[in-house]
Every structure is written in C-alpha cells, then in structure tokens.
Design a binder for this molecule. Structure first.
Ligand SMILES: [Zn+2]
Length: 590
C-alpha cells in the first residue's frame, strides 16, 4: 500500500492547497501570486501543478503541499500531515500504530494532552455544578462539546493516576506540563524509575478548574488554560491564593509567544470573511464563535506584546492571521486601565502592521463589560454592532481627544494630540493614509495641518536614526543575498541542461545546492524555458558573479582600512582598493 504521504499527494493537488490560502493567477503553465512568506509588491511566487511544487524567486521558499502547510500554518511535519490527511479523508490510525516505536517524544506529549482532554471532558459530564456554571455564562451544550471544555476536580493525583494507567511515564506527564514534582521527589530522584515513589512525588498541575484546551492550527491539543472554579473555593483553602487563570507552562509542544487561541477553528472563517477579530479571554473567544463570529481568536491573558518578549514574537503571534487577511480588528477593554494597557502595546503592533500596509482597526466595548458579558447579556446583534463600529486606531484616539476637550481642559487636550496621537502618525508609511489622518486631526482640533506636519517631521527625524540602522542592515543582507542568488540560478541551469562546462566553472558551489537540485531545476525552467539565447544569459550571470566577488573583496579591504594604524600599510591597502575598482569597471564594460 502507498504511504499516507503518497495517498495524500494523489488526492490533493498543490493548486488546490495553495489556492485555499492565497489567490493564484495563471502564468503560462504555472500559477503565480504575491509571496505569502515575504513582503513584496509584485508577484514572484510560482506554483507548478505539473511538478506539484512551488518556488519563490524573492525569498527562495520552495517545496510541496506539506512544506507549504508547515510554513504557512507554522506547524511541524506531523501537524501538516494530520491537517492534510483530514482534508483528503485519509485515516492515519494504521500509520500511527505501525510507527509507534519510532514515535518521538513530541508525539508522546501530543497523545498525553489528548488523553488529558478526554479525562477532563468526562469529569465535566459528572460535575453538574461546573456544567451549570458554564451554561450560566451563556455557553450552549454544543459549544461546550465543540471546544472540548472540561473540568479538573479538586484532587491531587487523579490525572496522574489516569495517565500512568494509560502507559505514560512520570517524565512524560511532567514534560507535558500536566503535573509537577514535589520538592521531596525532586531531591530524592536518583533517576531509577520506582512507580511507588512516583505516585507520591507527583501532583496534578490543574486542580479545581474549568479546563479550556488550546490547540495548534491543525487542531492538536498543545496546552490548557484552567479557570478557577469559584464554587469550589470554600472547599479547599489551598486554592484561594491561586490565580484566576492558570496556563500550561512552556513545553516542547507549546510556546506561549506563538499561539493565538482558537486559531484552528477561526482560520477558515478569517480567510472567507477577510478579517479577523482579536479578543482577550477564553470566554470572549468562545462566545464570539457561538454568536456566529468564527473569525475570532484570543490572546488569552498572554499579552499580545509582552515586555519580556521581542517584537518579532508579536509578529509571530499575528503571523498566520495577517497572512490570511490584511484586516484585523482589536477589541479593547473599556475600563481605563485596560485601555491604557492596550494603548501601550498598540504602537508596537501598529508600527509592524503599518509597515506591511495592513488595515488595523480597534474598538471599545461599552463600559464595565467584556465581550463575553456583552454577548451573553445583550445578544449577537449587540456584538455585531461593536464590531461594525471599529475604527482605525488613530480615529479612536481622536475620539478620546474629543472627550478630553469636552471637559474644557485645553492644555491637556493639546498635549494629548502632541504626545499621543501625532507620534502614531510617524509609523504610517502609506502617504494617502497619512494625509487622511492629518486632516482628520486638524479638523477636530483646530490645529493647522502645517503645524501637525511640522511636529511630525521632528518626530520622524528622531526616528530616522533607528530607521537608517535598519535600512543599513537590510542593505548588507541584500548584498550578501545577491551573490547567493546568482549562484543559485547558475547552479539551476547547470543541473537542468547538464552543462559540463558550467559545472566545471561552478565547482564546489554545485555541491552546496545538491539537496535542492529539483527545486533549482524548476526555478531554471520557469526562468529560462523561453529564453532565446541561453548562452548569453549564462555569460551575463557569470559576469555579475565576478563583480559580486570583487565587491566582497572591496568591502573587506575597506574594513581593514578603517582599522589600520601604520602609514605604509594604509598606502598599500589604498593601492589594492584602486586595483579592485579598476577591475570592477573593466568587468562592467564587457
Ligand atoms: Zn517569497
């Protein structure tokens, strides 16, 4: 029998898979699109239905349906396999059994999370109070089932016992983040597996909590968020001091910074509706889905922008949803502290998203409520109204300004424009958008557009240094990249045409690209199949490669020149640089 990978490839075409994520246009025998893996204005991403593969000339991304899904969804191979198998209607169970021995650690952790989810689901069925609580929050039975919500009893070792009986080791249970070791067990742990002391030394991490499973984008459970169950508070004092929400720790299968909750259920709808809604809590997320807004994801406590984490993580967080749609709506808390907190994170989000020319909107919900309250008390229509009222963040800030101004606090409101609103403008790259907001601010504040532009110029000047640094780094990267790019193309032609002469010239360069041979042949075909004079193209590429090599040498000599102290050495270096420049010009003339 064919392997599942082959079966899936027979049933799902590359065209079908890629076009379910991005829009493809026909280009001869191939299809093209703007690359989903790097930022670009003109399409350089090609899909070849004949070969069942894709290739990007801009960033070099390449592969088949599996790598595409891995990269687009941020999954590992097994995750992509699960997702595509589900889609192709192929059962993977037989495959899993055959490979049980070969299963790696991660696979075991996924299985442990799945078993734990079932365990918590069953607990909920036998715990009327917890179930009643969920219903009182507005959750329907079907929703509880769909989101696989469960319950962890106020017990120290129930889950540990259950998983041990199912064949999981203490180490696996602990690594999955489901149990903790007591201090005593830690110090006594000499490494010998003694099941008796194992029972005594471990205790469940989640106790007396409503359990929300968190999935990756293929639907595998990777973590839990447990909400303290209030009715049990009095039963055990231990719980009183605990946090309202407890999330799984970082584990080999769960990285907090790269997960948006509900994404597995939301991605389809985000693409279809062409916008995503970002809320904060689990209940907000689930009730928004229940109200028909399946394009909702949640940051769930882990702030979207964490001061401990880099800005890149923020974009990781937003990566998939921003690839699925350019339009994002953030729902901010209506209370003052919440709004202020959101506003601290917004510049970072805005900066990144505006650079990609994304359309970021935000909205506040009526005072004293969160989305979950609003939906359960006022219904889906009230929620729809909130979403409909979303505005660009600058407009939202201008609204806030109007409130300040109403209180006749002239100085305060002017400072607000100066310190809070105009700095945001500096992040907006799109000139049309920028002009629009300048006149909006001017119309609302009476400050002339000229004055706003002056102030903006000053801020942009301050930002300039930062921007220049980024540009410089990018430029040197592009230079490095250019040599690689030329080499890749030449290697592709050599492989494609079995060009002995070219192979000899390239020598060891070819070895570097052996593994990517098929991709490079595809690339060469797309580029040169209609070329009238391939020999001329090759000569041109070889010429460019020579120049790039000289450039590299030049760069190195220039750096040496900065460091050198003695006069004689300096003169020698200068001569060498002159030689190289001459050589470069001669090459260019050819
Ligand atoms: Zn690309």
């Amino acid at each position: 029998m064919n392997s599942p990978v082959q079966q899936i490839k027979e049933r799902l075409s590359i065209e079908e898979i890629v076009s379910s994520y991005i829009k493809l246009d026909r280009a001869g025998a191939n299809l093209k699109a703007k690359c989903p893996f790097h930022n670009e204005k003109t399409p350089s991403f090609f899909v070849s239905p004949d070969r069942g593969s894709y290739y990007c000339f801009g960033c070099g991304a390449s592969g088949d349906i599996f790598t595409f899904v891995e990269e687009f969804e941020g999954l590992d191979f097994k995750g992509a396999l699960k997702l595509l198998a589900d889609r192709a209607g192929i059962q993977l169970t037989a495959y899993n059994k055959e490979n049980k021995e070969a299963d790696n650690e991660k696979e075991k952790l996924y299985l442990a999370m799945e078993e734990a989810t079932k365990f918590f689901e069953n607990n909920l069925k036998s715990n009327k109070q917890a179930e009643e609580y969920l219903k009182s929050r507005g959750l329907e039975e079907k929703t509880i089932k769909d989101f696989r919500i469960g319950f962890a009893k106020l017990d120290w070792r129930e889950l540990c016992f259950y998983l041990q009986k199912k064949g999981f080791s203490d180490i696996e249970i602990e690594k999955a983040g489901l149990a903790k070791k007591t201090e005593k067990a830690k110090s006594a742990d000499g490494g010998s597996p003694d099941p008796q002391s194992g029972f005594r030394g471990m205790y469940d991490r989640f106790r007396g909590r409503i359990m929300f499973p968190i999935s990756d984008s293929s639907g595998r459970i990777i973590a839990f968020s447990g909400r303290l169950f209030a009715d049990d508070l009095s039963a055990d004092r231990q719980v009183v001091s605990q946090a309202k929400y407890l999330n799984s720790p970082e584990t080999p299968i769960f990285s907090k910074s790269s997960v948006l909750y509900g994404l597995d259920k939301a991605k389809e709808s985000i693409r279809k509706n062409n916008f995503s809604i970002v809320v904060e809590g689990q209940f907000d997320l689930i009730l928004s889905h229940q109200a028909g807004f399946k394009n909702t994801v949640a940051t769930s406590g882990t702030a979207l922008v964490d001061s401990d984490k880099s800005e890149d993580d923020t974009i990781n967080n937003l990566g998939l949803i921003s690839r699925l749609s350019q339009n994002i709506i953030f729902i901010f808390d209506s209370d003052k502290a919440g709004f202020a907190a959101s506003m601290r994170t917004v510049p970072i989000v805005l900066k990144k998203l505006e650079l990609y020319d994304m359309n970021v909107k935000a909205t506040q919900i009526p005072e004293g409520m969160d989305p979950a309250d609003l939906i359960s008390k006022k219904g889906p229509d009230a929620w729809r109204e909130v979403i409909r009222n979303s505005k660009h963040i600058i407009e939202l800030l201008v609204d806030n300004y109007k409130l300040l101004n109403k209180n006749n606090d002239v100085l305060k409101s002017k400072l607000y424009i100066n310190d809070k609103i105009i700095p945001y403008l500096a992040f907006i790259n799109n000139p049309v958008k920028k002009s629009h907001f300048i006149s909006l601010i001017s119309n609302n504040s009476g400050i002339s557009e000229n004055d706003i532009r002056e102030r903006l110029k000053k801020i942009e000047q301050e930002l300039k240094y930062e921007k220049e640094e980024i540009e410089e780094a990018e430029e040197s990267l592009a230079k490095m990249y250019r040599k690689d790019y030329i080499e890749r193309r030449l290697a592709g032609i050599a492989f494609w045409k079995h060009d002995n002469e070219l192979e000899k010239i390239l020598g060891t360069v070819l070895e570097k690209y052996q593994e990517e041979k098929n991709d490079l042949i595809f690339e060469a075909e797309v580029f040169y199949q209609n070329s009238e004079d391939l020999a001329k193209e090759i000569a041109h590429l070889l010429g460019s490669l020579e120049i790039e090599k000289i450039n590299e040498e030049l760069l190195q000599k220039m750096q040496e020149l900065h460091m050198i102290k003695d006069k004689a050495g300096e003169i020698k270096l200068l001569q060498e640089i002159q030689e190289l420049n001459k050589k470069k010009h001669e090459k260019k003339e050819k």
